[in-house]
Design a protein around this ligand. Structure first.
Ligand SMILES: O=C(O)CCC(=O)C(=O)O
Ligand SMILES: [Fe+2]
Length: 208
């Protein structure tokens, strides 16, 4: 058993999701419904939400969701031709970071927040594999508000069917090991009306 799976085992409430070439842990009840609803309300109101333009295959697009980037001073995070403006940690984000670090045994120095306003907001297939995240990034993803379907697909083993995980309010998904190298993930638009959802992905950016 490798180091990260040992960590999952040690941290009681994280259940391991057994996918090949991946290390994924899930805690459905990381926060109670009530705690999650409180953070949802607070983060909806106090986050510096922005709609960003990104480059995909040389063309400019508006991202189909709102985002915000918080973290330690000195950070710089770039993806899809975009360098995000970093905001200093808020008390609420530091509390959540503390809880996530306690259960995962990992240290994080930044968090990307996503706001899916309704059923039309989404994130396309991607892996969080930017160089500054290192070779085996550990990413801790906290979900608040509307349950949305998180899909995972293997990059080069099509016989492994797409896996779906329902990310309910208050849940924590931990992706580690080779997950970002072998798997991509996405949150699709939905046909049914959806309430807002906030997702926080805690990351460790190397080099600062
Ligand atoms: O909203 C989610 O659950 C996933 C967000 C995500 O993949 C990202 O921010 O990189
Ligand atoms: Fe991602």
């Amino acid at each position: 058993m490798n180091e990260t799976l040992d960590l999952f085992a040690a941290s009681g409430s994280l259940e391991s999701i057994p996918l090949p070439d991946a290390e994924i842990g899930f805690a459905r009840g990381f926060y109670t419904g009530e705690q999650a609803a409180q953070y949802m309300e607070q983060l909806l109101n106090e986050t510096a939400w922005r709609k960003e333009k990104i480059q995909v295959w040389g063309k400019e697009h508006w991202q189909p969701r709102l985002t915000a980037w918080y973290g330690d001073a000195g950070s710089n995070y770039s993806y899809s031709g975009l360098t995000l403006e970093r905001h200093p940690w808020t008390p609420a984000l530091l509390e959540i970071k503390h809880d996530v670090e306690a259960i995962s045994g990992h240290h994080f120095n930044s968090v990307l927040l996503n706001l899916y306003r309704d059923e039309n907001d989404s994130v396309g297939w991607h892996a969080d594999n930017e160089a500054e995240l290192g070779r085996n990034p550990v990413i801790a993803s906290v979900s608040l508000g509307q349950t949305r379907t998180f899909k995972l697909r293997h990059r080069n083993k099509p016989e492994l069917k797409t896996t779906s995980i329902q990310l309910n309010s208050g849940s924590l998904l931990l992706m580690a090991g080779s997950t970002q190298r072998f798997w991509q993930h996405a949150v699709d638009k939905e046909r049914q009306p959806m309430e807002p959802r906030i997702n926080l992905t805690f990351r460790h950016i190397a080099g600062w």
